[in-house]
Design a protein around this ligand. Structure first.
Ligand code: ADP
Ligand code: MG
Length: 811
């Protein structure tokens, strides 16, 4: 998904107070230097507000001990357990002793968990059999047994104590904070209690409007803070959590709705087009009829381009639904009105492909080089003749970072002089030296690689705010769209053009069917013999840097790298052996994946993942493919080689294209009918869906083989099941969300730092987000400047710009 925060840092330097003074107090005023230093060092918390907004991650009930067999290995955990036995032994090699404490979860599990303390004087003294305690540390596997070594611990008041106090204690949920090895949860809890007692909550202003608090029957803000940190019963923290969750949704949605209102209110140049311009000529020559969806979205765009406020629209569409034509028609309308259009693509390969296919589909409407530019510029130096002349053609220009200097200079000149009507490029379009004569429309293709900041850089290259059309690569769930693209209006292309042949997708598990390797290549042979072409996709390039393909000229970091940054790892140790040799059924280390259901990165990558360079060599000697023309494509090739290879594949001069995910988005070769994805388990669902969308485009049925060397029960194979089961991108995007971790959904910048979603989960809380969206729209409609909602405004500022917030607090 998006690679960036849904909203850019606010640029307003408004001097309004950024929150209640009480919350801005430095922590050391309330809790003493040592604790404050520790909180800052380990958790980065410096103010009262930051600490109080550091919510417990979960709660323990004193009656329920942590199930020992569910404790994840190699993660920092806090567990509640009862001591079963304590024994002491001498160390053999060194001086000193070890105290072995065995704890149980009261489930009668025989083994219990072994905890070892080196020189554990304190443990030996305090941990008596039957004692109840919290332990905090990392559980490791030692000789196949779970062990906790030198954890921090804290005794809990024993629930077996007689008396009123014990009963009271027994009910209170125990908050568990995300802790570190040096700062256990219970220390954080104690500091929070001190702070709760000292804060003057009466000075706190609630970001939630009173009407909403009443309607939703939320607890008030003070109570919410108390209940989330120090609940008396489970219902307390649940109520508090509900209110903070809603608050989070409202702050985010109001920020987005306000941004949308602000940009929509800006003044733009209306681009009404002409009745007898390029667009009309294009439509007349179009070799197919537009789908009803393309037609109606086209009407919406045409109308929005025609008014003097900027269009800001997201176009979601199924893979292959024909978004490019829709965008191109909008571009032509703008050119017909004397403006230029920029098309921003995430990779060089895609930019080059767009350049070629747009020129091809424009046919004679695309002016060629300088000559065409001169011809079309007959009415002046602006594209399409600003003087009211109807242009006969427009120049399409490509601009990427790794173009030869001379060509690049020409492209820059054509953009700045207005000779070029359509400028297609990568991130290179964002650089400072790129100027436009009159940029009227920005189209961002396959948006998930671009953040709002980048959109803004381009917007600022226009004299007046330009119109904006953003297109997603695959459909995304409604609430994700609302959250990630919440500042844009939304259009959806659901249907595919008629006559599309189906793609059949099969999972090829080499563990179960080692012999199938051969059959894959004989299938490929059949396609080639029928005159068709084949893609083979590998997760790695296989040069000495031994890395996934994360560089594509100037697009560093944004190119289709493995797992689009979500780090899908197989986690298997032991390796499966080279995927392509028939005997590749090595043992997968399934045990290492327990507690790793979503298939998260496993640190060291699996050896022997399919690599472009190796696979090319192997396929060239593969008997079934004898005589086939096989070429490699990946981001580290130089631009010319990339372009040559891609052009040769488009021309049908290459039978098998072995590549990385550089072909993931947008590439459109109608004659390609088969795709073999090696180590398919390394890719995410939407990535696989997007990849497979490269075949079956020309009315010829497509076949996609998802090859994996993982054991059938491996969790990563669930993604392959999902992709094989349906070609409905909307279904897959839901499925994808379920299998992913939240941080991956909103991109890297959302998973760390303070402006992450904390309580809100875009999939689970769809209704909350939708309700907050409605409330936000209502609030902004009635009070666009948020004058009546200054506490909400302050919360938005704090959300958008935590650094500034921190600065003001310290200042
Ligand atoms: P995507 O939405 O995935 O970007 P493209 O814009 O690349 O899809 O379109 C896929 C292919 O379908 C292109 O070759 C395009 O020319 C073709 N196409 C687009 N619209 C139609 C249509 N209405 N009828 C037939 N083919 C179409
Ligand atoms: Mg596309």
């Amino acid at each position: 998904m998006s690679s960036a925060n849904p909203l850019p840092p606010s640029s307003s330097s408004g001097a309004q107070p950024s929150g209640p003074a009480e919350f801005a107090l430095p922590l050391d005023r309330l809790i003493g230097k040592a604790s404050a230093t520790s909180l800052e060092k380990h958790l980065g918390l410096t103010t009262v507000g930051e600490l109080l907004n550091y919510f417990p991650r979960r709660y323990l009930n004193r009656g329920e001990l942590t199930p020992i067999d569910k404790i994840p290995v190699n993660e920092d955990v806090t567990i509640m357990a009862r001591v079963l036995s304590v024994t002491k032994r001498r160390m053999r090699e060194r001086k000193g002793f070890i105290t072995d404490v065995v704890v149980t979860d009261d489930t009668g599990a025989l083994a219990g968990l072994k905890i070892s303390f080196f020189n554990g004087f304190k443990a030996e003294k305090e941990l008596q059999p039957r004692a109840l305690a919290l332990f905090s540390g990392k559980v490791t596997l030692y000789n196949h047994a779970r062990t906790l070594t030198n954890p921090l611990f804290e005794l809990l008041p024993d629930d077996e104590l007689a008396g009123h106090e014990a009963e009271f204690h027994a009910q209170r949920p125990l908050p568990v904070y995300s802790a570190t090895a040096k700062l256990p949860s219970w220390k954080i809890q104690r500091v929070v209690e001190t702070v709760l007692a000292a804060v003057d909550f009466s000075r706190l202003r609630d970001p939630l409007p009173l009407g909403i608090v009443r309607r939703e029957k939320f607890v008030d803000l003070e109570e919410a803070y108390r209940q989330i940190h120090a609940p008396s019963e489970p219902a307390d923290w649940q109520r508090a959590r509900d209110r903070f969750r809603y608050q989070e949704a409202l702050v985010l949605q109001t920020a987005l709705v306000r941004r949308r209102a602000q940009t929509a209110a800006e003044e733009a140049t209306a681009r009404r087009g002409t009745a007898d311009g390029l667009l009309a000529a294009f439509d007349a020559a179009l070799p197919f009829t537009l789908t009803p969806g393309q037609q109606s979205v086209g009407d919406v765009l045409a109308a929005e381009l025609s008014v003097d406020h900027p269009m800001n629209r997201l176009l979601q569409g199924e893979v292959g639904s024909g978004k490019t034509v829709v965008a191109l028609r909008a571009m032509l309308q703008v050119i017909d009105s004397g403006g230029q259009a920029a098309l921003l693509a995430p990779t060089e390969v895609l930019a080059a492909q767009h350049y070629q296919s747009i020129r091809a589909i424009l046919g004679p409407l695309a002016a060629d080089g300088i000559l065409g530019g001169l011809l079309s510029g007959a009415g002046g130096d602006a594209p399409g003749g600003v003087n009211g002349d109807v242009p006969a053609s427009t120049q399409v220009t490509l601009l990427t970072g790794s173009m030869p200097a001379a060509a690049r200079k020409r492209a820059l000149l054509d953009a700045a002089s207005g000779t070029a009507g359509i400028i297609i490029g990568t991130h290179a379009l964002l650089s400072d030296n790129v100027r436009f004569f009159d940029l009227g429309l920005i189209v961002v293709d396959e948006q998930h690689r671009f953040g709002v900041e980048q959109r803004d850089v381009l917007r600022n290259k226009a004299h007046k705010p330009p119109h904006l059309l953003v297109m997603t690569a695959t459909p995304i769930p409604r609430t994700v769209a609302m959250t990630v693209f919440g500042d844009l209006e939304m259009s959806v292309l659901r249907e595919l053009p008629a006559g599309r042949a189906p793609i059949s997708t099969h999972q090829v598990g080499l563990v179960e069917n080692p012999g199938w390797v051969r059959r894959i290549w004989s299938r490929a042979r059949e396609e080639i013999d029928a005159g068709h072409q084949v893609y083979v996709v590998c997760p790695k390039i296989g040069d000495d840097s031994d890395d996934s393909d994360d560089s594509d000229g100037d697009d560093g970091g944004y190119d289709g790298s493995v797992g689009d940054g979500s780090g899908y790892g197989s986690g298997g140790v032991g390796g499966a052996g080279p995927l392509l040799s028939a005997a590749s059924t090595g043992q997968q280390g399934a045990s290492a994946d327990q507690g790793n259901p979503a298939g998260r990165p496993a640190g060291a990558s699996r050896p022997d993942l399919a690599e472009v360079n190796t696979v090319v060599e192997q396929l060239r000697t593969e008997p079934a493919l004898a005589g086939a023309r096989i070429e490699a494509l990946h981001g580290r090739l130089d631009t010319e080689d990339k372009a040559d290879t891609m052009a040769a594949f488009v021309a049908g001069d290459v039978d098998v294209l072995v590549s990385t995910t550089v072909i993931e988005v947008g590439v459109d070769v109608h004659n390609a009918t088969m795709m073999v994805i090696l180590d398919a388990d390394r890719f995410g669902i939407s990535q696989l869906h997007q990849l497979r969308g490269r075949v079956g485009r020309g009315g010829l049925p497509g076949t996609c083989l998802l090859v994996t060397a993982l054991e059938p029960p491996h969790p990563s194979r669930r993604r392959l099941d999902a992709v094989a089961a349906t070609t409905d991108g909307f279904v897959l995007s839901q499925e994808d969300l379920k299998l992913r971790r939240e941080g991956d959904i909103l991109g890297a910048s959302q998973s760390g730092g303070r402006s992450t979603l904390r309580l809100l989960r875009v999939l689970a809380h769809e209704d909350i987000i939708a309700r907050a969206r409605e409330d936000a729209a209502e609030i902004v409609r009635k009070d666009p400047q948020l004058r009546e909602n200054s506490a909400l405004e302050a919360a938005i500022e704090a959300y958008l710009n935590p650094e500034k917030e921190a600065f003001l607090e310290r200042g």
